[in-house]
Design a protein around this ligand. Structure first.
Ligand SMILES: [Zn+2]
Length: 512
């Protein structure tokens, strides 16, 4: 059998922990389906014991996804582990990922436990989990800053208890590629039963080396699982990015010599879906998925590339799912053409009612914008999922007036718990006036910490996509809104952020 590298995606767990990146159950399910299309081996769907919302998300993903293993994170205690196992019931293939900190700093300051207590708890939890599910992953949190002798004792013991994957996190992003690779190598050499488990890497990007560290863990250390997220989404500087690791291993197969199950053609669609859902915009010069990553894909045909592809290209844009920015649909396109395009874009709407309502929005957009691009359709359906949920606030209509030398005025109509209300305000500009008009009624008191506008498909005729990040009593949420009118897009984004502030119950913080 060929030497295989397992791709473990944690966009929905570690990525979602990033302040402002929280997603609803429907959004998570949609992303999980895209990850399944991408043929990700393991999807970490959430942390079931952290909240009811997370439990339900893990449960619905476990039931809907057939081709990937579904995993839930769990602290090393019986209650968390039972909860994870319960959420995973019905999955074709399920995994419990349990963790406990092993670094001196974390054991003393966070857990207030002695090393012997930590060792005992790690063993007991793996034993307990092993009786519920056969596939158990264990992570020593802050593993890279743990003492080698102690870490060897813990990992040997949990493998003996039946852990099948051992994941070594660089929780704080402190590692250097060569050192991290050797760290994993030493662990595998010193632990007598290390060959009974698959070794895994989990790196954070605080020094910009998450991908390099992960690849060193694979090449030098012999790890055969990489934990990563789409677009490198994650707390602080983020996680190891799936698209970069996958394309490095694919493009340099001469060096790595590893097989993967990934279908890379779904990478760009996954990247767009995650950025549009969370409001975390992808930088244009981001490897593989940035708008400039393949300059010729956006119409700049360099002479060299035209003459011979490999003069400048090491990967082909179409292999990761970039297609030319073509006009796919217009005003006269019918419902079937629309539905067909959704399928080609990898979007699966849950019911015919959802398709109808998305199609109605498409028609409305086509009346105002002659050329409809794939990006527009994706923005339209990501807004669609939000509208379907029972939400506190909903956008209805907006009118605003701005003229040089006059203070802009805005009047907005929106729903609160299904009832229409109207707000009015002036402001520094039309966007400011519109958001103040909403706030004059809602009085959320939230502080805006980020406001950004992006043109979805590159011209002034394109839809504007606005991200608004709000902070209130220590919680941070992102709202996203799209519309050809950026003032309306801004109002939609603000309303979406208010809904997230409302709905998201506090939950247990996870690290790992
Ligand atoms: Zn992490």
């Amino acid at each position: 059998m060929a030497d295989k590298l397992i791709i473990f995606d944690t966009t929905l767990r570690d990525g979602e922990q990033s302040p402002g990146a929280s997603m609803t159950k429907d959004e998570k399910l949609r992303i999980a389906r895209q990850l399944e299309r991408l043929k990700v081996d393991v999807i970490e769907a959430g942390f079931a014991a952290s909240s009811n919302g997370d439990f339900e998300a893990v449960q619905s993903i476990a039931q809907a996804i057939k081709d990937s293993t579904i995993c839930s994170l769990s602290r090393a205690n019986d209650r968390d582990i039972s909860r994870a196992a319960e959420a995973l019931k019905g999955a074709n293939s399920a995994r419990i990922h349990t963790f406990i900190a092993t670094s001196p700093l974390h054991m003393e300051k966070k857990l207030r436990m002695t090393p012997d207590q930590v060792l005992e708890q790690a063993k007991q939890s793996v034993r307990f989990a092993r009786n519920l599910i056969g596939d158990i992953e264990f992570s020593p949190e802050d593993g890279y800053r743990s003492e080698m002798d102690f870490l060897c004792r813990v990992l040997e013991a949990v493998i003996a208890e039946g852990a099948t994957t051992i994941n070594v996190p660089d929780t704080v992003g402190y590692a250097i590629p060569e050192l991290y690779g050797n760290f994993i190598k030493t662990l595998r050499e010193r632990i007598p039963n290390s060959d009974k488990a698959i070794w895994s890497v989990h790196c954070h990007n605080d020094l910009g080396m998450a991908v390099a560290n992960s690849l060193a863990g694979v090449k030098i250390g012999g790890a055969r699982q990489v934990e990563c997220t789409i677009n490198g989404l994650g707390e602080r500087a983020g996680n190891c990015s799936l698209e970069e690791v996958v394309m490095a291993v694919k493009t340099r197969k001469d060096y790595f010599g590893l097989e993967m199950g990934i279908d890379a053609q779904h990478i760009v669609a996954a990247s767009r879906m995650v950025s549009q859902t969370t409001g975390f915009v992808v930088q244009p010069n981001k490897a593989v998925v940035g708008a400039n990553a393949f300059a010729h894909a956006s119409g700049i045909h360099q002479d060299g590339v035209l003459k011979a592809r490999d003069t400048y290209e090491i990967m082909r844009a179409e292999d990761v799912g970039w297609s030319a920015n073509k006009i796919v649909l217009g005003k006269l396109s019918g419902r079937n053409a629309f539905k067909q395009r959704l399928l080609e874009l990898g979007v699966q709407l849950d019911s015919e009612t959802d398709v109808n309502s998305a199609f109605a929005k498409f028609k409305e957009l086509a009346d105002r914008k002659s050329e409809i691009f794939d990006e527009d359709i994706l923005a339209l359906v990501s807004g669609e999922s939000a509208a379907n949920e029972q939400e506190q606030y909903g956008f209805v209509s907006l009118s605003q007036h701005s003229e040089t030398g006059e203070r802009p005025q805005a009047t907005i109509v929106f729903t609160v718990g299904g009832k229409e209300v109207q707000g009015q305000s002036d402001g520094n500009g039309p966007v400011d006036a519109s958001l103040k008009a909403i706030e004059s009624h809602v009085k959320s008191g939230a502080e805006m910490v980020l406001y950004s506008v992006n043109a979805i498909s590159g011209s002034t005729e394109s839809q504007g996509e606005v991200t608004v990040r709000l902070q209130n009593s220590g919680r941070v949420v992102n709202g996203v809104g799209a519309d050809p009118d950026i003032v309306v897009a801004s109002a939609k984004a603000y309303i979406s952020a208010l809904n997230k502030l409302q709905s998201k119950a506090d939950r247990v913080a996870a690290q790992g």
